[in-house]
Design a protein around this ligand. Structure first.
Ligand code: HEC
Length: 124
């Protein structure tokens, strides 16, 4: 009986993960993970990479004062939790030809934390 209950729990946890849902993010942890991005990005000014202020709901490659790759400008992406999760997991797979030469954040929990931080920090 206990074994059966455990099996159901594990199956439920598994299908939950499979549904493409992201783990809950911790913005405090996310702020530390953002340090990896700050080699190129800042929230409020363009550097090697575009600023992140106002990111959510913004069309990818749309800041008028940043020189994006054609790949990013033509990607048709609008930034949301889901599109950021996919992009940050593997930037060059989602936007082939992007100028963002960064391998990506492989850990799903790290991405969720980072996105939770960005949601707060990029609010205009
Ligand atoms: C090595 C430098 C570098 C690092 C490190 C880097 N990026 Fe970028 N990022 C860029 C560049 C350059 C672009 C512009 C890409 C293009 O035009 O193809 C960019 C673009 C982006 C965009 C698209 C923004 C827009 O206005 O459409 C997002 C979102 C982004 N980066 C998030 C991140 C996050 C989050 C991290 C940390 C996990 C990160 N980047 C790390 C250089 C970097």
């Amino acid at each position: 009986m206990i074994v059966w209950a455990l099996a159901v729990l594990i199956a439920a946890a598994f299908t939950h993960g499979q549904a493409g849902e992201m783990p809950a993010g911790d913005p405090v942890r996310g702020e530390t993970i953002y340090h990896k991005c700050q080699g190129c990005h800042s929230i409020d000014r363009n550097r090697v990479g575009p600023k992140h202020m106002g990111l959510f709901g913004r069309k990818a490659g749309s800041l008028p004062d940043f020189n994006y790759s054609e790949a990013m400008k033509n990607s048709g992406i609008v930034w949301s939790e889901q599109t950021l999760d996919a992009f940050l997991a593997d930037p060059r797979a989602m936007v082939p030809g992007t100028k963002m030469t960064y391998a990506g954040v492989k850990n799903a929990q790290d991405r969720a934390d980072l996105i939770a931080y960005l949601k707060e920090a990029t609010k205009e």
